[in-house]
Design a protein around this ligand. Structure first.
Ligand code: ATP
Ligand code: MG
Ligand code: MG
Length: 554
């Protein structure tokens, strides 16, 4: 494989290696907050960080940024680990910001003693108001010059849970006139009276993101801390907080930013996805319509298709909206190489072969995957009464209709050439039976002259008596708008597609009767489908991953 050109993130690393960093010092992390399931946007960040780990043979930590007990849960920790492993990545160390609470507290106490932090006893509204605007300087808090002793005493009381939630916060003493609003004495700690999923009720004070993230990177000796662009203004604070604790002999982490990846016709924000779950729009975080990694997995996506998608969009410096058809293209490409073909009819009409012997069944050879010889063959039962797709027949049709009509020939896949003869209709004029005749010498693969005859169309079919009814879930886009959460007037929930799921009965060839959840197939001429975990002994459930072609491109 030809070496790909370096992206700007790799340029940063290469420059650092040229300017004194040792290769052994490289260390990366992926830092999710366990407040929801990972989504396709996170996949970009996972592929970036773990991809760098593979490229530079450097460790990548999985760090749970678990500093807000109000929103975080063990279920999310477990789901995040499962999803990253499923993508095929191995983290060097499983880390938790909550494991650093004592160290962070000790450093904060040292800062208080040093006059670098103080306890503010105002309401959050008052604090916000005094911050001012980017063009006007902020006002100092009346508590800014509290004595070290008083600060230490109050901070200790906060820690011991002797103060009320919202009564005091600890703030860094930086610069109330900084043009960077984040530098105007940012809050470092607040009290939260909730049990934390790991530390229980041991801690009553919880560190804020900015105070936690860089120090966690430093504790783990992460060399490059990559985050999304909205953290660019936080970099100055990241560096200021590091200045308070970094030991000269140790590696100093660097924060660098890349653009968030957004996907069309969905939302990539855990908070918004949580809303879809709690409103019952979807059945859960792993509903096959969700852009979560678990949802995509249940929808039939492979790890490779997600990684190829992430690699193909790459890392950039500007935010953009990637059309979901690009993701679908990647899954088709991957499944085309890997999965067996089967015949399933989704909207059946009966096809009767008038000149085929009554009561006879023959087993026909069918190739599992023409893209993969090692996939082998299987047998499919053929008989006088078959089912074909209703839309594959028209009594009268123009010359561009290459499917079945009266008086014209088509091939039945893996079987014979047939010719349309007549139809039977019910009282309402709906076709209930199509009659045809077959050419007994035209069997596929027999090598006979008739079998090599060229006919324009090939149809899939199943034998009516042998077909297995299966439940088929047809999914469509979850939102009707390409960018549902950027509309200024309407909430994204107003753009939910009311027809994102249609459940039908399909008729499958019997070869699939022992299928297990996550087994994937191409239903010939229709699309890619995966067996859902809702499958039971007498009801196989399929999810449509994607249709064979991009029907939205029409
Ligand atoms: P959300 O708003 O969905 O909760 P987040 O950024 O708050 O997203 P985190 O759990 O903090 O979620 O994210 C872990 C990592 O994944 C961070 O480094 C974050 O920047 C990155 N990330 C999150 N969303 C995207 C995205 N859409 N594209 C690229 N990277 C992302
Ligand atoms: Mg975050
Ligand atoms: Mg978030």
């Amino acid at each position: 494989k030809e070496a790909a050109p370096l992206n700007f993130i790799e340029h940063i690393i290469e420059d650092d290696l040229r300017n004194g960093y040792k290769k052994e010092q490289l260390c990366f992390r992926f830092p999710p907050e366990p407040n929801g399931y990972l989504h396709i946007g996170h996949a970009s960040s996972i592929c970036l960080n773990f991809g760098l780990g593979e490229k530079y043979n450097a460790p990548v930590n999985l760090r749970f940024d678990d500093t807000n007990p109000a929103k975080e849960e063990q279920e999310f920790v477990d789901a995040i680990k499962r999803d990253i492993s499923w993508l095929g990545y191995e983290w060097a160390t499983e880390c938790y910001a909550s494991d650093y609470f004592q160290q962070l507290y000790d450093w904060a106490v040292a800062m208080v003693k040093d006059g670098k932090a103080y306890v503010d006893s105002q309401t959050s509204e008052a604090i916000a108001e005094q911050k001012g605007t980017p063009n006007t300087p902020g006002k100092p808090s009346p508590f800014r010059d509290r004595s070290v002793e008083e600060n230490l005493d109050l901070f200790e009381k906060m820690k011991n849970g002797e103060t009320k939630e919202g009564e005091h916060v600890l703030r860094a003493k930086i610069n109330m006139e900084s043009p960077n609003m984040l530098m105007r004495d940012p809050v470092m700690y607040r009290t939260v009276n909730k049990s934390h999923h790991r530390t229980g009720t041991e801690w009553k004070i919880f560190p804020m993101y900015d105070w936690t993230h860089g120090e966690s990177d430093y504790i783990e000796q992460v060399s490059h801390s990559f985050c999304t662009l909205e953290f660019l203004p936080h970099r100055e604070l990241y560096d200021w907080f590091l200045d308070q604790v970094v030991d000269k002999d140790k590696l100093r982490p660097k924060q660098r930013e890349f653009a968030r990846r957004n996907l069309s016709h969905t939302v990539v924000s855990k908070r918004k996805l949580a809303q879809l779950v709690s409103a019952g729009i979807v059945t859960g975080w792993d509903d096959p319509r969700m852009p979560t990694i678990s949802g995509l997995r249940r929808r039939g996506y492979t790890p490779e298709s997600i990684k190829n998608f992430a690699d193909s969009i790459g890392v950039g410096k500007r935010e953009n909206l990637i059309d979901v058809s690009h993701l679908e293209f990647n899954v088709r490409e991957d499944l085309n190489k890997k999965v067996p073909r089967i015949m399933v009819v989704l909207d059946p009409v009966k096809l009767i072969i008038d000149n085929y012997p009554e009561g006879q069944t023959e087993m026909l050879e069918a190739e599992n995957n023409q893209e993969d010889e090692s996939a082998g063959n299987r047998e499919v039962p053929f008989s006088k009464e078959l089912l074909i797709e209703r839309e594959d027949f028209k009594a009268e049709a123009n010359r561009k209709f290459f499917r079945l009509t009266i008086g014209k020939e088509v091939r039945l896949k893996n079987a014979y050439i047939i010719k349309g003869e007549s139809v039977v209709k019910d009282a309402n004029g709906n076709i209930t039976e199509i009659h045809c005749t077959y050419d007994p010498d035209s069997k596929s693969g027999s090598g006979s002259e008739a079998s090599l005859r060229k006919v324009k169309g090939t149809l899939h079919w199943v034998s009516a008596a042998h077909a297995l009814p299966v439940e088929v879930r047809l999914y469509d886009r979850l939102f009707t708008e390409a960018s549902p959460d950027t509309n200024k007037e309407k909430d994204f929930m107003e753009f939910v597609n009311p027809n994102s799921l249609e459940v039908i009965t399909g008729y499958a060839e019997p070869s699939i009767k022992d299928s297990q959840p996550e087994d994937k197939f191409q239903f010939q001429r229709l699309g890619y489908f995966v067996v859902d975990r809702d499958t039971t002994a007498d009801n196989i459930v399929f999810n449509r991953t994607v249709p064979l072609r991009d029907s939205w491109a029409k």
